[in-house]
Design a protein. Structure first.
Length: 426
């Protein structure tokens, strides 16, 4: 895989032609299954958060459809652009914590003021990416601290796979058993695909399909003219921008490092800013790089060849965009899947990512062990201060502790981790 180069403020990639030409070779059953699992994960529970926020804010059905179109349509477009241009599994979606933030804010602010804040948040993220500031910060942070943040932020998915067994013992138990048996005996079949198929069969046999309580009418999107206020800027735009950078982008960057890639950090931030502004124009809170979906599409479950895993992101992008366009029809269908099964399959898909993150975080040769431990427990705590979620505070706390008590090298983070140099060079 060609590695990205930094000849300007936006990293260079192999190009769309190279990405398209490689799809036929790399779109295998493993990359396809990872892309489908990531799409189901992003189009199920997270969609309910958005729909719930829209209902709580008394939005019309047209405004709700516009919101879903913005974040899913543009999120899918980001996957297609980043995946094909860079040939990397840089996957787009939207900020799930950001949706929860907006849900709370809509009890205080009219939706038109929230839309104005969405646009301002996107502009802030764009400026930070265009100046290269985020890239400098991420390269300055020690890799063990970044990896510890990834481990702490994503461990909830692994734990969710265990707790899901309590909710649906037969369905999730059979899916989990299928995952590990497939890993041991069926080398040609992706374990995550085996888990999903067996889980769906078990759901059908046990009658555990849910009702479409989240269904909305298939109506035309209704766009909302933005209103810009200082209060909405401080209460919504600033924390939303920090969430996009400090939670979503930081997770995705760390995951890509853990899997041996060199992520185009500036480009990831810039496109998240553009996605935020375009989503705001349509009526959505942000379209950006997504941490959990990037983790699924970049893991070993997406294929043995790291240079081909971008195909999972491309397929995920197509499915995400289609979900946004046909949200009124797609939502009730996806909502019929039991959440416990979705959570279990997503957690199983994260196993290799979590292993890589823990190994990189607590490698004695890399140093920064105390700072990494602090970053881990802060990320696991899921605390939120000033409407900013735990991943941001995890990086801040880990770096502060290392600055205070450990030797802190300013060498780029990518130089302090064991990357797959032969893969990047080839």
């Amino acid at each position: 895989m060609e590695q990205t180069s930094q000849n300007g403020w936006i990293e260079k990639g192999p190009g769309f032609g190279a990405g398209l030409s490689g799809l036929r070779e790399f779109l295998t059953i493993k990359t396809a299954s990872a892309g489908v699992v990531a799409a189901i994960f992003g189009c199920s529970g997270p969609a309910l958060i958005v729909i719930g926020a829209a209902e709580g804010g008394n939005l019309t059905e047209g405004q709700t459809v516009a919101w879903l179109l913005a974040i899913y349509g543009l999120g899918g477009l980001i996957s297609l652009i980043m995946g094909l241009y860079y040939k990397l599994p840089v996957t787009g979606a939207y900020s799930i914590p950001g949706a929860a933030l907006v849900a709370g804010a809509l009890g205080t602010f009219p939706f038109e003021q929230a839309v104005g804040a969405f646009l301002m948040a996107g502009a802030m993220v764009f400026v930070l990416g265009a100046t290269g500031l985020i890239g400098k910060v991420m390269r300055w942070l020690p890799m063990p601290i970044v990896m510890a943040m990834i481990a702490g932020a994503l461990i909830r998915f692994g734990i969710g796979a265990v707790t899901s067994i309590e909710k649906l013992p037969i369905v999730v138990g059979l899916a989990t058993l299928a995952f590990f048996l497939s890993m041991r005996f069926l080398r040609t079949v992706p374990p995550v695909l085996s888990a999903l198929v067996v889980g769906l069969v078990a759901v059908a046999l046990t009658g555990n399909f849910q009702g479409g309580e989240a269904a909305i009418s298939f109506v035309a999107p209704e766009f909302t003219a933005p209103v810009f206020t200082v209060d909405a800027f401080l209460a919504i735009a600033v924390p939303l921008a920090v969430l996009v950078i400090g939670a979503e982008n930081a997770q995705a960057i760390g995951v890509l490092y853990a899997e041996g890639y060199r992520p185009p950090i500036n480009a990831m931030t810039v496109i998240s800013g553009i996605g935020g502004m375009l989503a705001g124009l349509i009526g959505g809170h942000n379209a950006n790089i997504a941490g959990p979906m990037t983790a699924i599409c970049s893991s070993d479950q997406a294929g043995e060849k790291p240079e081909g895993r971008y195909a999972a992101t491309v397929l995920n992008g197509i499915l995400f965009a289609a979900f946004g366009v046909f949200a009124g029809i797609a939502v009730p269908l996806v909502m019929a899947l039991p959440g416990a099964l979705i959570g279990a399959v997503a957690g199983l898909a994260m196993i290799t990512v979590l292993l890589s993150a823990f190994q990189a975080a607590f490698d004695k040769a890399a140093g920064y062990q105390i700072g990494a431990f602090v970053a881990l427990i802060v990320a696991m705590s899921n605390v939120s201060f000033l409407s900013i979620s735990a991943p941001f505070w995890s990086l801040l706390a880990g770096a502060a502790v290392s600055l205070l008590i450990e030797t802190y090298s300013r060498a780029p983070a990518s130089d302090r981790t064991s990357l797959r140099e032969e893969h990047l060079a080839g």
